[in-house]
Design a protein around this ligand. Structure first.
Ligand SMILES: Cc1cc2nc3c(=O)[nH]c(=O)nc-3n(C[C@H](O)[C@H](O)[C@H](O)COP(=O)(O)O)c2cc1C
Length: 301
């Protein structure tokens, strides 16, 4: 059982009731003009602690260390809605680009540790925070995983070359191999050949670090939580001078070949949702670009 206790210092509590109003689980009540913990359903979201003007509330599951970063100082004053530069935020978001040419420069471990703390500022279903992070901190580690994944794709490609097998599987409702053949086979074949002949690693694009984002069992929305944390890491990385690239090919291989996950020391009960290649980019852009047109749908009631 996780510790979901809340401590309220009744000497400091002014009885304003702000913590009672903000609590999503009705865990706190006002008794004789003081806030008291009356329920057991706390999800340790920390809203009560954040809203208390007296600093009287403490959520025990919140680790203060998670708000202290090694490579920069974070302000912990709350920014009310509208108190941040939208223009700056959008410029950061649009400036993050997937990097496919990393420089041969190591990433400081402190940056990787800070990135994970940035990741977990994301929301999570019922605040369960069941995400997991597995760090490959060096080029050597990334390359050894890349080689493991490459051997998975070599085997997959040689299976996909068997036309009769592909068509038989498709006929019995298992069309994945045929879809892979038509969608990715050639691309993967070329990348593997180029890797072998020219020594250019095309999976992690030469990244000197990587983070695998997964989830422990039991989360209500494991994929959503992990991907929200992932997006935070991508943006945080850009702001810290790092570049990144999501590696869907690595996720697909890890999902289909459990031995890759185990090689990384990730228990089989955990699910993998994202693999983030990280490092310093050799690519320089002149400006940001937009996206394809989106036509929104409105429902007016
Ligand atoms: C789920 C997901 C998986 C991806 N997998 C790969 C990949 O395996 N290799 C790669 O080079 N890029 C990969 N990308 C990067 C996309 O190609 C990229 O986000 C897209 O082209 C838009 O470019 P941008 O990220 O620079 O804005 C992936 C992106 C996402 C969201």
């Amino acid at each position: 059982m996780e510790d979901n206790r809340i401590e309220i210092d009744s000497g400091l509590c002014s009885g304003c009731g702000a913590c009672v109003s903000v609590c999503p689980t009705g865990t706190i009540s006002l008794v004789d003009g003081k806030a008291v913990v009356s329920g057991t359903e706390s999800i340790s979201c920390g809203h009560c602690e954040a809203v208390c003007p007296q600093g009287a509330v403490r959520v025990l599951a919140i680790d203060q260390e998670m708000s202290h970063f090694q490579t920069f100082r974070a302000e912990n004053d709350w920014l009310a809605p509208g108190r941040y530069s939208t223009s700056g935020l959008v410029q950061l978001m649009a400036s993050r680009r997937s990097c496919r040419c990393f420089a041969d420069k190591p990433v400081d471990r402190a940056l990787l540790e800070d990135l994970i703390k940035i990741g977990v500022t994301a929301p999570s279903g019922t605040n369960c925070q069941a995400w997991t992070f597995t760090v490959m901190p060096t080029r050597k580690a990334v390359l050894s995983v890349a080689e493991h994944i490459a051997s998975y794709y070599r085997k997959l490609n040689s299976t996909a070359e068997k036309t009769l097998l592909r068509l038989f599987l498709k006929m019995i409702g298992k069309g994945e191999l045929d879809a892979y053949f038509h969608g990715y086979y050639q691309k993967v074949k070329r990348a593997l050949e180029h890797w072998q002949d020219a020594g250019r690693e095309h999976l992690f694009h030469g990244a000197t670090a990587a983070i695998v984002v997964g989830s422990r069992p039991g989360a209500s929305c494991p994929a959503e939580d992990a991907l929200l944390a992932t997006q935070n890491i991508l943006l945080g990385a850009h702001s810290m001078g790092l570049s990144s690239c999501l590696i869907g090919f690595a996720v697909a291989a890890m999902k289909r070949d459990p031995s890759i996950q185990l090689t990384l020391g990730i228990p089989s009960a955990e699910q993998i949702h994202a693999v983030i290649a990280l490092g310093y980019s050799d690519e320089v852009y002149q400006h940001t670009t937009g996206r394809k047109k989106v036509t929104s749908r409105y429902f007016e009631g």
